[in-house]
Design a protein around this ligand. Structure first.
Ligand SMILES: [Zn+2]
Length: 200
């Protein structure tokens, strides 16, 4: 399948949908907005509908930072304050139709540690294994940070990864960061789908 990027992959037993950090602060108007970040929402909603209809589980990670988090500029970190736990900015995009029973994974919820990957400092891997999940369909924000690191860790933990290329967007601090991240994920073994029909 990896030889045929762009072809659709049908979800089945052992598959789960993993939605990365689709939170208000990462959408246009948010404190750490990802360009076109809102565009992933309707695409992910279609995947949510498909997975739910097939009885397959949905997982959603979120940045969940305390005040004074080490990633914030005032603390010497690279980012403006964002996704402070319990605030509107940390809430999932209002248009994202997470199903009842979606498993929410909070990360980087202590002052001294940051985590781009949903596997870092969480029990995500154990929960996936306990649920019999072997392959993850991954989309969300942002391609060049949390999606990249989550996919790296998923592959390293032995999960298969289908990368939903029409359901990710990049920060692109340096132009091309997103494209480089996508290429790295594919080189590492992620199977890209959904590229056809996407502008740019
Ligand atoms: Zn963060």
């Amino acid at each position: 399948m990896a030889e045929n990027p762009g072809h659709s992959e049908a979800p089945g037993p052992g598959d789960a949908l993993l939605i990365v950090d689709v939170q208000n602060d990462f959408l246009p108007g948010g404190s750490l907005a990802v360009p076109e970040g809102d565009r992933v929402v309707p695409v992910l909603n279609r995947y949510i509908r498909d997975f739910t209809a097939a009885g397959l589980p949905v997982y959603a990670t979120r940045d969940w930072h305390p005040e004074g988090h080490c990633s914030f500029a005032a603390q010497g970190g690279p980012w403006p304050p964002h996704c402070r736990a319990g605030t509107r900015g940390a809430a999932f995009a209002p248009g994202l139709k997470l199903p009842e029973g979606a498993v929410v994974i909070s990360k980087a919820d202590t002052v001294e540690k940051d985590a781009y990957s949903g596997f870092q400092g969480t029990d995500l891997a154990e929960r996936l294994q306990a649920a019999g999940v072997r392959r993850l369909f991954v989309g969300g924000l942002a391609t060049d940070y949390c999606v990249l690191n989550t996919v790296r860790d998923a592959l390293a933990a032995g999960f298969g990864v289908v990368l939903l290329e029409d359901a990710i967007r990049a920060v692109d601090v340096k132009p091309g960061d997103g494209a480089r991240a996508e290429a790295e994920m594919v080189r590492a073994g992620a199977v890209p789908v959904g590229r056809e029909g996407r502008a740019g």
